[in-house]
Write a protein that binds this ligand. Sequence first.
Ligand code: KG4
Ligand code: ZN
Length: 361
Amino acid sequence: MTRILGIETSCDETAIGVVEDGTRILSSAIASSQHLHSLYGGVIPDIAGRIHVERIWQVLEEALDQAKCQPQDLDAIAVTYGPGLPGALLIGLAFAKGLALSLKRPLLGVDHLAAHLYAARMHNPELEPPYLGLIVSGGHTILCGVHTEFRFEVLGETKDDAIGEAFDKVARLLGLGYPGGPVIDRLSEEGERAAIPFPRATAKESYDFSFSGLKTAVYNHVRHLTKRVPISSAPHADEATASRRAEPRAAGQAWLDHRDIANIAASFQEAAVEMVVSKTLKACHRTGTHQLAIGGGVAANRRLRERLTEEASTRGIRVVCPPPSLCMDNGPMVAGWGFELLRKGRGAPLTLSIDPNLRLN
Ligand code: KG4
Ligand code: ZN
C-alpha cells in the first residue's frame, strides 16, 4: 500500500490530497482565491500567490485529518511543477521540498496536464491505455493520444484562447464575474441554444482548435445589441433586469436584459461545445479509438458531458468523465499521477525547478 500526498498550486486553488495506490482517494482539501479574483474578472497572480502562502499549511492539516493519517504515514510527496503561474508554482514546490526533506521521502514532480488526464483513471481504474485524452481547462485545450505506460502524444491544441479562457472572457463581457464557466453553464439552461448562430471554427485537416473567432463574434453581437436597445427604452426593463445591470467594466451589460444574457450564454456554450465535440469524435474516428477520457475544469460543463456522451454512444465509444470535483484543479489528481511516476522510478531531485511552460510529453 502506497500513500502519496499531492500538492497543487499552479493557479488559484491551493489543493492537497492523499491517495492510496494511485486511485483510492483518502482526502481532498482545497482553499480557493477565486472570490478575490472575481473582483477583477480574471486571475491576479500576486493575489493567488499570497493566498497560497497564507493557506497552504492549513490545507495540508485538513488533508491529513480527512485521510486520518500522520505525515510519517506518507510514502512520497508529489507536487505540480508546471505548467502554471510561476509565483504560484514556486510556493507549492518549495513547500513540497520542505516536506520531502524533513520526512525523508521521495519528491515527485508532476505535470499538471498529465494529472488532469489521470483523474479519469482515478474515477475509473479499469481505464487502461490506449485511449484518446481531451484536456479542456482555463489554460489549455489539448487532444492527445494516451499510449501504453501513459505516454502522451499531442494531436492538436488551441492556437489562441483556451476554451476555459473563452468562457471566462465571455462571462466577463456579460458582467457575470470570474470564473465564468460555471455561471455560463448554469445560465445556459435559461437561454436558447439556437438563438444566435455563432460561428464554429473548423480547420478540417487538423486537430487544432481556435476560440478567438467565437469570442469576437460574441463581442460584436453584444455591441450590436447594446447600440440597438438601450435599457432605458427596453420594453421589459423590470426589477430582475435592473438587478443584472453592469458593473462599470462590463461593456454593454447595462443594455442587456436577462433573456439576452441567457441566450448569448447558451448560444456561445453550444458553439464552443460543438467545436470540441466534433474535433474529438473526428480524432476518435481517424485513430480508430474506442475509449475517450476527459479532464480539466471545463470537463465539468454539463452540456459538454451530455453532447460527448450522446455522440460517443452512437459510435460505440466509451467516454470517461470524472466527477466535477476531479475535473477542477485538485490535490488527488497530483497524487495519482505521482503514483505512476513513483512506480516507474521517476522521482525528482530536490533541485527540481518550476517549468511554467511545461509541455505534455
Ligand atoms: O482545470 P481548471 O480548474 O484550471 C486550469 O488548469 O486552468 O479549469 C478552470 C477553468 C476556468 O476557465 C473555468 O471557467 C472553467 O474551468 N470551468 C468551466 C466549468 N467549471 C469550470 N467551464 C465551463 N463549464 C463549467 N461547468
Ligand atoms: Zn487545471
